[in-house]
Write a protein that binds this ligand. Sequence first.
Ligand code: ADP
Ligand code: ASP
Ligand code: MG
Length: 443
Amino acid sequence: MTSEERRALSLVVQKYGGSSLADADGIKRVAQRIVATRKAGHSVVVVVSAMGDTTDELHDLALDVSPVPPGRELDMLLTAGERISMALVAMAIANLGFEARSFTGSQAGVITDSTHGKARIIDVTPGRISGALADGAIPIVAGFQGVSAGSKDITTLGRGGSDTTAVALAAALAAQTCEIYTDVDGVFTADPRIVPSARKIPVISYDEMLEMAACGAKVLHLRCVEYARHYDIPIHVRSSFSSREGTWVTGSKAHGTNGPGEHDEQPREDAMDQPIITGVAHDRDEATITVTGIPDKVGIAAKIFREIAEAGINIDMIVQSTSRATGQADISFTLPRQDGPAAMTRLREVQGDIGFESLVFDESIGKISLIGAGMRSHPGVSADFFGALADNGVNIRMISTSEIRISAVVDAADLDEAVSAAHRAFGLDDGRGEAVVYAGTGR
Ligand code: ADP
Ligand code: ASP
Ligand code: MG
């Protein structure tokens, strides 16, 4: 093939998640899919996750040898998972008679800041990937990892970060689309593991997908959607276990761009037909901290949240209540569960200085969010949402809203019921059949 002919081909980045690569058979199936894409005339760059639950297993192993493993070493350990996959996928492709070359994140030019465990990509210099493509080889890149520009240490992008590797490479290589292959047929109106009657969403806007991902719908990593929106990369989320059309995440519901070919023509929906609510997301990975008996003085809330911010912790919802009788306030806020111990330590250190009474850490909570651009112009959505929760005996502990989202914190034990109830109440259930979960443990 001449380089002229190669340039004429469309470039697609394909990312395969852990459940698609769980064992040797899975790897061989993925290799066949990659080769089929090549044979259909596309140029393809592949990003892989670690096999099955490897990342969780490595993480558990780290905690067995050290309760607080150093971030640098933990990242070095966890990135091994993706290295195993990339080499095995490359071997399986070679066995089908095509040349594949595996690359670590660092070799692929994924440059990050130095925040271990949740590094941000600051640049992508994919010279070796372009070189492999020019040689006619299929590059296989280890997802979820990069190298710090400053320290030169290996970093990870946060759980689920292989999606972000894929979109970042798609942007850097000016790919036509980024395909995210997972264990469900696309983005659904709720997690199919909780709501089997959830409907597949054919097209979803970047903004709505950002809210879904930020609210816990882990089918796409939050940063991957931010990246896609910024660089206007259409994402096609679909199953590696079927050939069904998946979900297109694009800039506009009404004006999609075309996909790489075959059955990949993006569906277009009349914006007028959009439902008010796009979906229901849930998050089990948050916790609350309540600071009680806070003196009701100017500047105290600022002091508390300054401490949390300086510990590098992002908080989400905040509720303050003041007692008229005592003149004291209580403040509750939500934060990622894994950051709980660090936040508690930090606040205990300043208890004397700030003068609050006590701290309560609660992990037994869950967050449910209703997302939909249509709620901007439809009154009564909150009333219907809270009504659905109340009718099903679900108590609401905290509430927050944005223009296109309403979130409520509920007891962890009530979360599944809350998601199903809200999904039913907004008419999102699909009478036609059950959403398929092809694989994975949902861990
Ligand atoms: P992968 O290993 O392929 O990256 P993930 O486990 O990270 O897969 O993401 C896919 C999972 O996301 C699904 O199996 C499903 O349980 C979960 N999920 C949560 N919310 C949704 C949603 N709204 N639509 C589809 N899947 C969802
Ligand atoms: N293997 C990593 C994880 O389990 C990254 C990913 O799958 O995207 O979080
Ligand atoms: Mg994932």
